[in-house]
Design a protein around this ligand. Structure first.
Ligand SMILES: [Zn+2]
Ligand SMILES: [Zn+2]
Length: 139
């Protein structure tokens, strides 16, 4: 796998799946929807958006076909060996040429700067929401 200053690497917990994306995501957002909470087994999901043709991935992903609240299909992709959620794809993302990466799987996470929080209506109540970001009730 090639690395340079302009790219970013990441992968699942066990290392079976590895990927390279551009260093700078188009956007980084937080999703507080219940589906993301369930899939992550956690309070939220950190999602980085990239052009889908710039995701280079090795290893094999398992797919769970979920359905978003809006009715569109959500393809939740994860490592079938260790279970790490890595990639989320939607019908809308396919049309827009985008792909969503679970940013907690980046090798380096120090520079993640989420700008928008979605679905705060279902945010877990113990979790303080930061100032200076966009807070949206739904998606
Ligand atoms: Zn794995
Ligand atoms: Zn979500």
């Amino acid at each position: 796998m090639t690395t340079s200053i302009d790219t970013r690497t990441g992968g699942c917990l066990c290392g079976q799946v590895r990927y390279t994306v551009p260093r700078q995501p188009l956007a980084t957002v937080i999703c507080h929807c219940r589906h993301c909470q369930k899939q992550a087994g956690s309070a939220l999901s950190v999602v980085a958006v990239f052009p889908r043709d710039q995701l280079h991935l090795t290893g094999s992903l398992s797919v769970y076909e979920d359905r978003g609240t809006s009715g569109q299909k959500v393809f939740r992709q994860f490592c079938g060996r260790c279970g790490s959620p890595l990639v989320t794809d939607t019908e809308r993302a396919q049309e827009a040429g985008l792909i969503f990466i679970k940013a907690g799987s980046f090798d380096e996470v120090d520079d993640i700067q989420p700008t928008t929080h979605y679905w705060i209506a279902s945010a877990q109540p113990w979790l303080p929401l930061p100032d200076g970001v966009e807070l949206l009730q739904q998606e």
